[in-house]
Unconditional design. Structure first.
Length: 280
């Protein structure tokens, strides 16, 4: 979710067939559909974190914190914790991107995270979500190392479970970033899968993280694997705890490459649940 530059988009142009494009390792399969076996959990896993968003109003402060203000990537929004931008409603979490003047910015949205509340090493993450779409929307589900303030990015490691940019609405991206493999030097490891109209249906975006690899899925379809090469932290910083982030950016270095369509606001990014499992 840290800045994506035009070199990243070269990977997107490969998604011209029903299969998956990758810069890493892929698993074969057809475009993901909401009917796929998305919620099966392998035997031997146990639930360690769950948020079903069954309440109404503010999110549980024991589970979620917020980024506030302008944060990254030349994005156009000001992040807030206001109910206008983030709330539990009708069994979902709603992140709402709004076209409004606020704190000197023309747009507002929200970015939530589990930093200092829930952090983990290895496991399976599942997020069932319905995405916003249209030029300027940039929703993401991702993870960062808890040591980011000490070692910086990308040395802390980043796992992008799901990214989507509204100007390329059917393309779902999964990626990892490390000191050796990241977009700023053109070596990032990434894959793209085509999902039919992800703004119309909920889909399950998932990631499994093991000591030897990271696998990324949509609706039970694995489309990306990144392996531990065993040569050190520059390629594999993923032996330390990470935390989860969910955000809706507006515009920015990647999401804003085709401008922002103001006629589409407000954007609503819906999260049905967030579940994290670990193996026994």
């Amino acid at each position: 979710m840290f800045a994506r530059l035009p070199l990243r988009i070269a990977c997107v142009f490969l998604v011209m067939t029903p299969a998956v494009a990758w810069r890493g390792e892929k698993a074969p399969g057809a475009p993901a559909t909401p009917q796929a076996a998305a919620t099966l959990v392998p035997a031997g896993w146990t639930l360690v974190f769950s948020e079903e968003f069954d309440g109404t109003g503010a999110l549980d402060p024991a589970k979620w914190g917020y980024e506030i203000g302008y944060i990254r990537n030349h994005e156009a929004q000001y992040y807030t914790a206001r109910p206008e931008n983030v709330r539990a409603e009708k069994g979902n979490m709603v992140i709402e991107g709004r076209r409004e003047a606020y704190q000197g910015y023309a747009y507002t949205s929200a970015s939530i995270n589990t930093l200092g509340r829930f952090e983990f090493l290895y496991g399976r993450v599942e997020v069932r979500a319905k995405l916003p779409t249209g030029n300027g929307a940039w929703p993401a589900i991702w993870m960062l190392g808890t040591n980011r303030t000490k070692v910086g990015w990308p040395a802390c490691g980043e796992i992008d479970i799901m990214e989507n940019v509204g100007f390329d609405p059917l393309a779902i991206h999964g990626s990892v970033h490390t000191a050796a493999y990241n977009h700023t030097i053109g070596t990032q490891k990434t894959a793209v899968v085509t999902v039919a109209n992800p703004w119309e249906d909920f889909h399950v975006y998932a990631m499994e993280w093991y000591p030897d690899r990271i696998d990324i899925f949509v609706d039970g379809q694995k489309y990306f694997t990144f392996r531990n090469e065993g040569i050190g932290s520059s390629t594999w910083p993923f032996d330390k705890p990470q935390y989860l982030l969910i955000n809706l950016a507006i515009g920015g270095s990647w999401g804003g490459q085709k401008a922002i369509n103001d006629a589409l606001f407000p954007h609503r990014y819906l999260i049905d649940y967030v579940r994290v499992y670990q193996q026994r």
